[in-house]
Design a protein around this ligand. Structure first.
Ligand SMILES: [Zn+2]
Length: 895
């Protein structure tokens, strides 16, 4: 699963709410929307709360599940017939226990004389040959306990038939987490067809244990089964499931039955269905189908969005030495998805945010999500963590898959940049919690889906790769995949594969990084001894040794002297250790952790000269990034200033962006040079982030008339982020012009552009622009609703007419009450109403003060009367808004 959407949300919100360029002078109203998307709570743990979670004991083993399903959209029911072929796992048993959450069970029987028909030709009609013998069962606490007709040994198989109705909306035991905001397993989208701009769909979400809402099963990651699903739907719908679409057959009642068959075993949580009016865009990898299911509107862009998938399949297959095993790979985009994306076997499901036009893709291509889910097809689907305690075996790898793809496709700098962002995600979470990667004690399994299992795990795998070396790393992964395929694993399976390949005991590495918590903090000091021609490096581990350990840290130290670089490999094993190297002259730079792989904090003094040298000579992204961000422009030192300016020509885009942000202000003596460089970047840089950063910097610090033309030209830029920056720049000196241009985009289809329109109106608009918000509200769906309600709140604070405010508050209220609005959308809409109420408080006190003045000045009665009327109206309106706010019933407060 991918929780990237949260990261994306944070980025998105910070871009749209905190960017300087749209702030009016002397006002911080853009800050009025306080963004705090920390979705992880600090848990005060007590021994009672933290139950031990091992893997589920395997009493029975499901071999195969056959499902026949049809739906009632109105009631949001699934009618199902399940045939479950099972056997005792090892010890004989006369009971079969199945998870079945919130179902109505119609019958449970044993199939006699049954031969599972899996050839897949013709609709199965087994009534003639198979008899059903009713079985006794109990159904309590979402568990069916079936009494079989006798005790079965593990050499005998039997088949149980269950007729049931799944009622996902009537579930009693609801769960969910921050990564997965709901756990009802089966979702009907726009079931009654009443919601404008929203297609009707059905889709499922199995992880962690939600598939047992729509079929009875042993809902545990250490279970494995093959499956067949017969899906009967209205003919207008397309279906997708795991495995192969064997056939479709039309029925007489305007429905069609699609028969999906999955021959290779996988865990029940990876089973899926998606149903909707999708366009299927076909692609191919080797002899396998690679299909993209999108809404019709996005059909022309499907290859722009997903088109690198076959290349990813080829790369991952070769790099791992284990070709992609499943029969096809499909990706589907659905509405109102509850997470980022889900790696269902051979059929990944994505949230709506993945649907972007070719122009929107210029700013964000989401390939990290695409590569993450694809890598899961090996790590997660082919080899599955045996319990949620071992979740990093799925998620750390998927996160590292993002790195591997970036490295291969876009180069080491792009990969290291992505990796560094991910590392920051982990560090940011450590301010709230520090956990072991493999955790057997937790309050709720959903807690496992955090920046430890994902981000830290990815960092740890990278360290392991650097430690054992490229060939050993991938040979170990190949061995691990091949010896555990179609099976479940725990962390030791991974260690044993690495030990088998490298011949080295790796308990220390796995104990330190997977089974213990924390990370090192290093104080690094350097001394040059000119008497003995020695360079010393003293490294001290300053992390709290309680509860954290002293780490064993292999690393490289590069010493640059005399125009040459010498690499030394060291292993730090003590709390403090001194390393000594020959050095005939004092080195230009001693680069500790030269491969920039250690997951640690470093405290290390470096002179300006060393930093400049590092920027120019050390090879990695993080070498340059660290040097650049530690150099400062304020000191007027031409060496560091010139280095920062030269960084605007760096080969990697984020270094160019950082260089611009490092300028911070106008740079005396360099104004002309910088301006020319930036103008050049705006028209030539291939990366939209660089172009928009250049515009934002110029608009903030330069007022030259000739720049207006530069901004106007930038309005033609294909990337919307650049258009946004250009509009912001024009707004600074000519808000009217910016409003005029914005109006042209009011009917755009792109949600990025509509958000941009909302932003300009929020900052510079007036009552007349309210129509835009009223008409466009429905077009903002999923995460874009959050920015919509935020900007609308800002807008309403600036308008003057009472009817605009009244209509606005009503719209916000309806958004909150709409069950389709996600919890963040509802939360910020509520905030916006409060903001408007507070604004009226302010206006009211101002009017009251003004009235007092007028009375003191003995002004004309007529004027006084006018103000008194205004006060009455303002009071009334404020009261109405307060009543609306207080009357809001919204249980969906974000955690
Ligand atoms: Zn994942």
């Amino acid at each position: 699963m991918n929780i990237k959407n949260y990261l994306f949300l944070i980025l998105f919100l910070s871009v749209f709410f905190s960017c300087k360029i749209f702030k009016k002078n002397n006002t911080s109203k853009s800050n009025a929307v306080a963004i705090n998307l920390d979705t992880v709570e600090t848990v005060n743990k007590t021994v009672e709360q933290l139950k031990y979670y091992g893997s589920n004991t395997r009493i029975s083993d499901i071999l195969h599940t056959k499902l026949e399903v049809s739906f009632d959209f109105e009631k949001q029911y699934l009618f199902g017939n399940a045939t479950i072929k099972a056997r005792a796992y090892f010890y004989p048993t006369s009971t079969l226990t199945l998870d079945a959450r919130g179902m109505e069970i119609k019958q449970v029987s044993l199939l006699q004389n049954e031969i599972m028909k899996t050839e897949g030709i013709g609709v199965i009609d087994t009534a003639a040959t198979i008899s059903k013998k009713p079985l006794k069962y109990t159904y309590t606490n979402d568990i069916i306990t079936i009494k079989l007709d006798k005790e079965y040994k593990n050499t005998e198989t039997y088949s149980v038939f269950i007729e049931y109705i799944a009622k996902p909306n009537e579930l009693k035991n609801k769960g969910g987490s921050d990564a997965i905001t709901d756990d009802k397993g089966l979702y009907f989208i726009n079931p009654l067809g009443k919601e404008k701009n929203k297609p009707q769909q059905i889709w499922t979400q199995g992880e962690t244990q939600s598939n047992s809402v729509w079929f009875p099963t042993i809902d545990s990651p250490n279970e494995r089964m093959t499956q067949e699903i017969y899906i009967t739907v209205n003919k207008k719908f397309t279906t997708l499931s795991n495995g192969e679409l064997v056939y479709s057959s039309d029925n007489e009642d305007n429905t069609r039955t699609d028969y999906w068959k999955m021959d290779l075993p996988h865990a029940p949580y990876l089973a899926m269905m998606a149903i909707g009016e999708f366009s299927i865009v076909k692609d191919k990898w080797r002899d396998k189908e690679v299909n993209y299911y999108v809404e019709k509107e996005y059909e022309p862009y499907a290859k722009n969005i997903f088109g690198n998938t076959p290349e990813m399949l080829e790369y991952f297959s070769n790099k791992l030495g284990v070709p992609y095993v499943w029969n096809k790979y499909s990706q589907v985009v659905v509405r109102d998805y509850v997470s980022g994306a889900m790696e269902n076997t051979s059929a990944t499901l994505h949230g709506q945010y993945l649907q972007r036009t070719d122009r929107e893709l210029l700013d964000e291509n989401n390939e990290a999500v695409i590569s993450h889910e694809l890598f899961h097809q090996w790590f997660g689907d082919l080899v599955t963590c045996e319990s949620w305690s071992n979740l990093p075996l799925n998620e750390s790898f998927a996160t590292y898959g993002e790195y591997l793809w970036e490295e291969y496709k876009y180069g080491i700098d792009a990969a290291d940049f992505h990796h560094a962002e991910s590392r920051n995600g982990y560090f940011s979470e450590t301010t709230r919690k520090i956990e072991k990667l493999i955790r057997f004690n937790y309050k709720d399994k959903e807690e496992m889906f955090d920046a430890h299992s994902y981000n830290k795990g990815g960092q740890v795998l990278h360290m392991l790769r650097k430690y054992v070396g490229e060939e050993a790393f991938f040979a170990s992964l190949k061995l691990y995949l091949e010896s555990n395929k179609y099976n479940s694993v725990e962390i030791h399976n991974l260690r044993l594969a690495f030990e088998m390949v490298t011949g080295e005991d790796l308990n220390w590495f796995f104990n330190q990084w997977f089974l213990s918590a924390g990370h090192p903090e290093l104080l690094i000091k350097k001394e040059y001894d000119s008497n003995n021609n020695k360079q010393r490096v003293i490294i001290t581990q300053i992390q709290n040794s309680e509860p954290f350990q002293i780490f064993k840290l292999p690393m490289a130290i590069d010493i640059y002297a005399n125009g040459a670089k010498v690499r030394h490999k060291i292993v730090l094993t003590k709390a403090s250790e001194t390393f000594e190297f020959d050095a005939i002259i004092q080195p230009d730079l001693v680069n500790v952790d030269a491969e920039k792989v250690l997951l640690c904090f470093k405290l290390e003094e470096k002179s300006k000269k060393e930093l400049v040298f590092q920027f120019k000579n050390a090879p990695l992204y993080l070498d340059r990034y660290e040097a650049l961000t530690r150099l400062s422009i304020e000191d007027k030192d031409s060496l560091s200033t010139e280095t920062i300016i030269s960084a605007m020509d760096d080969k990697f885009w984020n270094i160019r962006v950082q260089a611009i942000s490092q300028l911070k202000n106008r740079v005396l003596g360099y104004e002309k040079k910088i301006k020319e460089k930036l103008i050049n970047l705006i028209s030539t840089d291939p990366k939209s982030d660089v172009r928009s950063s250049a515009i934002i910097y110029l608009a903030n610090f330069y007022t030259d008339d000739d720049l207006q033309q530069v901004y106007k030209n930038a309005l033609n830029d294909k990337a919307y982020s650049v258009l946004r920056a250009a509009l912001g720049a024009i707004s600074k000196t000519n808000p009217k012009e910016s409003l005029r241009i914005t109006k042209e985009y009011e009917n755009a289809k792109s949600r990025d552009v509509l958000t941009l329109v909302a932003e300009v109106y929020a900052n510079y608009g007036s009552d007349e622009n309210n129509d835009f918000f009223i008409n466009a509200a429905d077009k903002f769906t999923d995460y874009t609703k959050i920015s919509f309600v935020g900007f609308y709140g800002l807008f309403l604070k600036n308008v003057l007419k009472e009817e605009t405010v009244t209509a606005g508050v009503e719209l916000l209220k309806s958004i909150i009450e709409d069950p389709q609005t996600n919890k963040w959308g509802a939360y910020y809409a509520k905030n916006s109403i409060k903001e408007v109420e507070l604004m009226y408080d302010e206006r009211l006190s101002k009017t009251i003060a003004k009235l007092k003045d007028l009375k003191e000045q003995k002004s004309a009665n007529e004027e006084i009367k006018k103000l008194e009327d205004l006060i009455d109206r303002q009071k009334l309106l404020k009261q109405k808004i307060a009543e609306t706010y207080n009357g809001l019933k919204d249980p969906r407060q974000p955690k």
